[in-house]
Design a protein around this ligand. Structure first.
Ligand SMILES: NC(=O)c1ccc[n+]([C@@H]2O[C@H](COP(=O)([O-])OP(=O)(O)OC[C@H]3O[C@@H](n4cnc5c(N)ncnc54)[C@H](O)[C@@H]3O)[C@@H](O)[C@H]2O)c1
Length: 249
C-alpha cells in the first residue's frame, strides 16, 4: 500500500479520469477527498471506493472560487488527519468554438476553471505541505498544450499551456520544501468530455496512435499514482505524455 496513512485531494472526481484516479489512490491506501462541483457524481465515486475497501469523502468544490477551494482543504484537514500529502489538479471544462465566436465569458470561465483553479488549489495546500516538509502535486494538462489541439478552443489550449508552465515554475519554487510537482498530458480519451465528438475524429486518432487505441482513465490513474508516490521522488517539474505514441514523429 504505497499511500498508507496519506491524505490525497483529487479535483474533478465525479466521472472520467478523476473517478479512476480517486479509486487508484484509495486502492493504494490513501484517504481521498473526492472533490467536484457535481456532488452526486463525487458521491458515486466514493461509493465505488468503499466497495473496493478504500476510504474517501465527497466534497463540493468550485475550483474557480478561492473561498470554495479553501473550504475543501479545511475539510480535508479536519476529516483526514490534519495533513495533505497529495494534490491532483484534474478538474477542467472543455469547449470547442472558432476563436472569432468565443465570448469573453467563454474565455473567462474556461481559464478560471482550468488555469486559475490549479493555482488556487496549489496555493491552498502549499502551506500545509511546507509544514509537513513533503508533498506531491500532480497537474493534469493535455496533449492540446503540446500540439495546439485539434478539437479544442483557443481558451482551452491556452489554459492547458498555462498549466504546463505553472508546473515548471512550481517545481522551481517548491522543490526546496520537499514538495514534488509534476504534470501529465493525456491524449484523447473517450470520457464524457469527448462524448460529443464525431466518431470519425476518434477513428482518425486511433489510426494515428501507434498503440492503436485511445487513452483509458485507468491509463491516466496509473501514471498519476506513480507521480504521486515515492517512486517518483526525483522526477520534478516534468510533464509526462500519456497518449499511446501519437506524438512520435
Ligand atoms: N478526455 C480527454 O480526452 C482529455 C484529454 C486531455 C486532457 N484531459 C484532461 O483530463 C482531465 C479530466 O478529463 P475528463 O475527460 O475526465 O473530463 P470530464 O469532463 O469527464 O470530468 C471533469 C470533471 O471536472 C468536474 N468539474 C468541472 N468544473 C469544475 C469546477 N469548477 N470545480 C470542480 N470540479 C469541476 C466535472 O464535474 C467533472 O466531474 C481534465 O483536466 C481534462 O482537461 C482530458
Amino acid at each position: 500500500m504505497e499511500f498508507a496513512g496519506q491524505t490525497a485531494i483529487v479535483t474533478g472526481t465525479a466521472r472520467g479520469f478523476g473517478r479512476a484516479i480517486t479509486r487508484r489512490l484509495a486502492w493504494g491506501g490513501a484517504r481521498v477527498v473526492a472533490a467536484d462541483i457535481n456532488v452526486p457524481g463525487a458521491e458515486e465515486t466514493v461509493t465505488l471506493v468503499r466497495q473496493d475497501g478504500g476510504e474517501a469523502l465527497a466534497v463540493q468544490v468550485d475550483v474557480a472560487s478561492a473561498a470554495s477551494v479553501e473550504m475543501m482543504v479545511k475539510t480535508a484537514l479536519a476529516r483526514f488527519g490534519g495533513r495533505v500529502d497529495i494534490l491532483v489538479n484534474n478538474a477542467a471544462i472543455w469547449q470547442l468554438l472558432p476563436t472569432e465566436e468565443l465570448s469573453e465569458a467563454d474565455w473567462d470561465r474556461v481559464v478560471d476553471v482550468n488555469l486559475k483553479g490549479v493555482f488556487l488549489c496549489c496555493r491552498a495546500v502549499i502551506p500545509v505541505m511546507k509544514q509537513q516538509g513533503r508533498g506531491h502535486i500532480v497537474n493534469i494538462a493535455s496533449i492540446a498544450a503540446r500540439n495546439g489541439g485539434t478539437m479544442a478552443g483557443v481558451h482551452y489550449v491556452a489554459s492547458k499551456g498555462g498549466v504546463l508552465a505553472m508546473t515548471k515554475k512550481l517545481g522551481k519554487e517548491l522543490g526546496q520544501y520537499g514538495i514534488v510537482v509534476n504534470g501529465l498530458n493525456p491524449g484523447t480519451s473517450q470520457t464524457e468530455m469527448t462524448a460529443t465528438w464525431d466518431p470519425t475524429i476518434i477513428e482518425g486518432i486511433i489510426r494515428n496512435t501507434p498503440l492503436g487505441r485511445t487513452v483509458t482513465p485507468e491509463d491516466i490513474a496509473e501514471v498519476v499514482a506513480f507521480l504521486a508516490s515515492d517512486a517518483a521522488r526525483f522526477v520534478h517539474g516534468e510533464t509526462v505524455e500519456v497518449n499511446g505514441g501519437i506524438l512520435c514523429d
